[in-house]
Write a new protein. Structure first.
Length: 190
């Protein structure tokens, strides 16, 4: 699997209701998109007391089965539309070490994302095993409705992305980005 995210930083006085309307209108268009495990339509608002965001952001997050669906999306009308509206973003990708999804994922309302360095001396096999186990534990006992542990080998970064029904304050470590979830696109059977 491949995790993918792009982000649009928006001015502090930007009317985020415009983004909410876009999510409401366009979000369902990716429901059941071939190759898509899920897409989380994420926003952050400057000064939001729940997420603690310092910026206004529109930052969708995707998990793809493989490169086929990802390419179909990036080369298709959906990505062309978002690029026309906000400019073509830099798309970050990570190779999934573990993607764990709880059966009640549709109840998600928030997300958190951490990206940390993988040190040059780190044993990648151990890192993968530990982070994969953490992703499974997130959904089995940690209260997350989805958890993605992944690696970016171009910059040696580790990703930990989680969806939540309620945003646990202990999940908000320094450097953690928190978002509100406006829509979740899933396969029909998901």
């Amino acid at each position: 699997m491949i995790a993918m995210q792009y982000s649009f930083p928006l001015p502090a006085d930007y009317d985020m209701d415009i983004v909410d309307a876009r999510i409401r209108d366009k979000g369902p268009l990716l429901d059941d998109f071939p190759g898509l495990v899920f897409k989380a339509y994420l926003t952050a608002r400057k000064g939001d007391p729940v997420t603690g965001s310092r910026d206004n952001l529109y930052a969708p997050f995707y998990v793809w089965q493989d490169g086929g669906g990802l390419n179909d999306f990036l080369c298709g009308p959906g990505f062309a539309g978002v690029s026309a509206a906000f400019g073509r973003p830099q798309v970050k990708t990570w190779i999934s070490w573990q993607t764990a999804i709880a059966k009640d994922i549709r109840e998600a309302r928030f997300a958190t994302r951490d990206v940390t360095d993988i040190g040059p001396g780190a044993d990648l096999g151990v890192a993968r095993a530990q982070n994969s186990a953490a992703a499974l534990a997130d959904t089995e006992t940690g209260g997350a409705l989805a958890s993605v542990s992944a690696c970016d080998p171009t910059g040696w970064k580790r990703l930990r992305f989680r969806l939540w029904k309620d945003l646990p304050q202990q999940a908000l470590d320094a450097g953690t980005l928190a978002y509100r979830l406006g829509h979740l696109s899933l396969p029909e059977h998901g």
